[in-house]
Design a protein around this ligand. Sequence first.
Ligand SMILES: NC(=O)c1ccc[n+]([C@@H]2O[C@H](COP(=O)([O-])OP(=O)(O)OC[C@H]3O[C@@H](n4cnc5c(N)ncnc54)[C@H](O)[C@@H]3O)[C@@H](O)[C@H]2O)c1
Length: 364
Amino acid sequence: MDMILTINTDRPYDVIVENGALGRIGESVKPLFKAGSRAMIVSDTNVFPIYGETVTAQLKAVGFEVFSHVFPAGEAQKTLASVAQIYASLAKANFTRSDFVVTLGGGVAGDMGGFAAATFLRGIEFVQVPTSLLAQVDASVGGKTAVDLPDGKNLVGAFHQPRLVVADPKTLDTLPDDFFVDGMGEVIKHGCILDPVLFDALERGTALDRLEVMIARNVACKKMMVEEDTRDKGRRMILNFGHTFGHAIEKMTDFTLSHGRAVSIGMVLAAEVGEGLRVTPAGLADRIREVIADYGLPTKCPFDFADIVEATALDKKSFGKTLNLILLEDIGKAVIHPADRSYLVLRHKLAAEKSRRSAEENHG
Ligand SMILES: NC(=O)c1ccc[n+]([C@@H]2O[C@H](COP(=O)([O-])OP(=O)(O)OC[C@H]3O[C@@H](n4cnc5c(N)ncnc54)[C@H](O)[C@@H]3O)[C@@H](O)[C@H]2O)c1
């Protein structure tokens, strides 16, 4: 498996996936910017104390002038107010268009630092150094940058592709287990929609044997989607597998259930609905449910299906009577399937009634 993947957007960029890549980051970044350029490391209070020194020393050693902006860790910080503080740090250090941002951390550092880079001086370059599983397999590739508003997540943002992504799987050694498990939700999703080999490794329980291979396979999935549909208007929508129901569940729990966990339940629901609509072959929902459970993620839905469908009506991506469901025709083969909301609820009720009756008959 190739450990340097090139993302061919308008201006191609590399994603390096290598154990120990952080300790060589100076050499990787050096050819991309003029000697003497300034670099602003945007990182959080958990990640910077662990990896900040290495990245700073690496970048200094190859001739860059290095600054840092460290924000309190957590999604609550992904706001316009925090971005304004990054702008202030960049302005104070006299950043120009030939200088660059380095986002060091999980998806929050990447999304927010990337958005600051996309907008400061109408756009300066940035390098993504993802340190969470979610950021390495998903958020750091594709150029989506954003912050949250009180009205919803990721409501303000910009497409801004990084100049380079450096993912060092070794950094996951310090990632708390809870976040690792959460990131596995997106890994399972990629297996389901695009990569039968990855899904097979997940089913056999061998996926974590070589983390760098698993991460590179996920980057390859994301690469395929981003190259086909850079601005997320068509085919890239299949990356939303499990997300339509997942987002609704996240909201219904007031975000007490994490994203990866909500999406896992959403994937099971999408597979069940797919079977009901005869798009998904019988038995696939069971296989997906088993894989999700194997990696410590939840499969049981705590809400009534009709309430979830109702909640999807509030999703910014699915207004109107029709829901654009992402369903599986097989592992690795996802389709966009428009379905009427009330029809979905009706079908689900009928299917539940049928299985209740057959359970009763079996008992009788
Ligand atoms: N841009 C995209 O395409 C995209 C895709 C998916 C998710 N996202 C965004 O990503 C965010 C979630 O990402 P996340 O789960 O990485 O959140 P996060 O950045 O908050 O990281 C999770 C936690 O792990 C800590 N952490 C990260 N790396 C660590 C390491 N190596 N060692 C120790 N601690 C570490 C962080 O400090 C934080 O507490 C959300 O805001 C979501 O909207 C963006």
